[in-house]
Design a protein around this ligand. Structure first.
Ligand code: ATP
Ligand code: MG
Length: 594
């Protein structure tokens, strides 16, 4: 089959020499400059012809692997009625993150941010027996989320394309099998997309549910941080790291707690200095930040809008990690505990807040949760709830009790791996895919039940699996570029060959046109730079910016009977005799030896 070539003289494309003002990341800059996408509004982009080709290639890979694992494609509308989302509580839970609208009769609608409700209800509509299951269905479709921080072009859009699939099973064993099949398909998809990725344990966020993993593209500017252990297989998004509770320690030798004066010590640093100067330890070692218990206050805003203050106790040498905290309190949102809040709670003495007033049963009534490193029986220096004073030898479980624990303290390089093997090393990544065992949450809320073998109604158990299709275009670009432009992996490149005709000689253009047609006849897709009045320098720059894997140059060599093939990624060039050029390019593209 022949593939019509794209001719640069008529291709709907303008490459830009200047970086767009709003682009911080290379992928964003290059996709705009090379004419793949155009911004319409924050987080909303137009796909230009070259961009659309790359997007379609990503979709094709995803579709082929989903079909191969036996999932069936369907397509839901993006415009959805409110009712199913009310039934699952997500009309409220999503808060400001969904685009809401009304029809002419005043009925509420939304633009789907994700489609669990639709999948669940449609299966409920059509199926009723265990014999109908297992089932995996998917769509590749546009989603809408009013993201607080749309970012980096396609990476975090407000309109974006996602592949989402769901599995439906009668029991846990079935769910596990469906999950494993998806995991295997995802490995194939991400191997083909051609970027470096890691599979990490994930926090399942809004969905509840249990087993959950993310596929992260390893990227310096990724928004997600993950950790891997130096030994063993442990890998997790920092949001999902579960630090084990420190074992209880013996406090029989710890003296009674007592307040000491620590003037002007609103920070841990000043506190440690003053402690060492005024109240040296009896065991001869110096006080360190790790001996102090730092209490951090935040405001939670629950989905219904109710506000709740929360206090978190962490060792003073560690911060509360915003992402871990967000994950831990989800679906509540985290806001600052500001001056106005302090004004409403006079028992909270800024800089000197301690467990004396924190906790549901104490003066503030503020829920107080501890980091797992604060062992039962361990002794701490912490705020005395009085300006200029701290308490020494305050023992957890003896002198104060918190309301529970929370996984919110920062995870650091060198921390012990939670599985006991080695220590943690962190890196950054972009979330490309998420698979998890959703379980019965949606099936219960929407009453998706089937008759089992014994004629008894059972609630169906579900798995949920997403791939960021438009995000993948940016993630590949982020991983595959150099100073001068994009360097697409072959499977998703907008064309196989970028053919450049140089000079003004008609013979050159005639040869180039012949080669374009000869390649097209072999099913090779070609971008042919047939522009007559454009200099070779500009053409080469454009070819490198656009990033097609094989560049073919028809020009100077013709006199000697050769055409040049250049590899975009390695820069390797070779002259090929004209009578061998078609075969040479075809084997280059198809990866055959020759
Ligand atoms: P993130 O943490 O990056 O916001 P998410 O947890 O909200 O992602 P899911 O709801 O699991 O994402 O969506 C499935 C996939 O869709 C994600 O793995 C990601 O690749 C992609 N995705 C999510 N939000 C966006 C967005 N705003 N723009 C582009 N792709 C997105
Ligand atoms: Mg999100």
């Amino acid at each position: 089959m022949s593939t019509p070539a794209l001719r640069m003289s008529t291709l709907f494309l303008r490459t830009l020499r200047e970086d767009p003002a709003d682009a911080e990341l290379p992928s964003h800059r290059l996709l705009v400059r090379a004419g793949y996408i155009r911004r319409v509004a924050p987080g909303i982009y137009t796909w230009l012809p070259l961009g659309l080709k790359v997007l379609r290639n990503v979709e094709r890979i995803v579709r082929e692997e989903m079909d191969a694992m036996g999932a069936q494609e369907l397509s839901f509308p993006a415009l959805l009625p409110k009712e199913p989302f009310e039934a699952t509580g997500r009309w409220t839970e999503y808060g400001e993150n969904i685009f809401r609208l009304k029809d002419r009769k005043g009925a509420d609608y939304l633009l789907g941010p994700t489609h669990e409700e639709m999948f669940t209800l449609t299966v409920k509509d059509l199926y009723g027996s265990y014999k109908d299951l297992p089932l995996s269905i998917y769509q590749i479709q546009t989603k809408y989320r009013d993201e607080a921080r749309p970012r980096a072009g396609l990476l975090r859009g407000r309109e974006f394309i996602m592949k989402d699939s769901y599995s439906f099973d009668v029991d846990d064993a079935g769910l596990q099998a469906s999950y494993d099949a998806h995991r295997a398909a995802y490995i194939k998809i991400f191997d083909r997309l051609g970027f470096e990725y890691v599979i990490v344990a994930a926090h399942s966020g809004a969905m509840g549910g249990s087993a959950s993993e993310e596929f992260l593209a390893v990227a310096e500017y990724g928004e997600d941080t993950f950790v891997r252990s130096t030994q063993g297989d442990y890998a997790a998004n920092v949001e999902a790291v579960v630090v084990p509770q420190a074992p209880a320690v013996d406090f029989s030798n710890v003296p009674a707690s007592h307040a000491v004066d620590t003037p002007d010590t609103p920070t841990i640093e000043t506190l440690v200095a003053v402690l060492n100067a005024r109240h040296p330890r009896s065991d001869g070692r110096e006080w360190t930040a790790g001996d102090t218990l730092k209490n951090v206050l935040v405001m939670l805003v629950h989905p219904g809008g109710e506000r709740e203050a929360l206090a978190i106790g962490v060792p003073g040498d560690r911060d509360v990690d915003a992402k871990r905290l967000e994950a831990a309190v989800h679906p509540a949102e985290v806001k600052a505990f500001d001056e106005a809040e302090f004004a409403k709670n006079p028992e909270l003495v800024k800089g000197y807040i301690g467990p004396g007033v924190l906790g549901a049963k104490n003066a503030s009534g503020i829920r107080y949760l501890l980091d797992g490193r604060i062992a039962d029986g361990s002794a701490w220096v912490t705020g005395a709830d009085k300006s200029g004073f701290h308490v020494i030898d305050l023992v957890n479980g003896r002198d104060f009790t918190a309301d529970g624990t929370i996984q919110a303290a920062a995870v650091r390089d060198g921390d012990p791996s939670p599985d006991g093997k080695g220590t943690l090393v962190s890196a950054r990544g972009i979330e490309m895919g998420h698979i998890f065992q959703l379980g019965k949450k949606f099936a219960e809320a929407l009453e998706l039940k089937v008759l089992d073998r014994n004629g008894k109604l059972v609630t169906v158990t579900m798995g949920s699996y997403g791939v960021g299709v438009s995000r993948a275009v940016a993630a590949v670009a982020e991983g595959c570029h150099d100073e001068v432009g994009l360097v697409w992996p072959r499977e998703i490149a907008p064309a196989d060959v970028h053919l450049v005709a140089t000079g003004k000689d008609e013979k050159v253009f005639a040869k180039a046109a012949w080669l374009t047609d000869a390649l097209a006849a072999q099913g090779i897709s070609v971008i042919y730079d047939d522009r007559v009045k454009v200099s070779p320098g500009v053409k080469f720059k454009d070819a490198e910016l656009i990033g097609v894997p094989t560049i073919v140059i028809v020009g100077k060599g013709l006199e000697a009977g050769t055409i040049e093939i250049k590899d975009r990624a390695t820069g390797d060039r070779r002259e090929v005799p004209i009578d061998q050029i078609v075969d040479a390019v075809v084997s280059e593209v198809r990866g055959a030896v020759g």
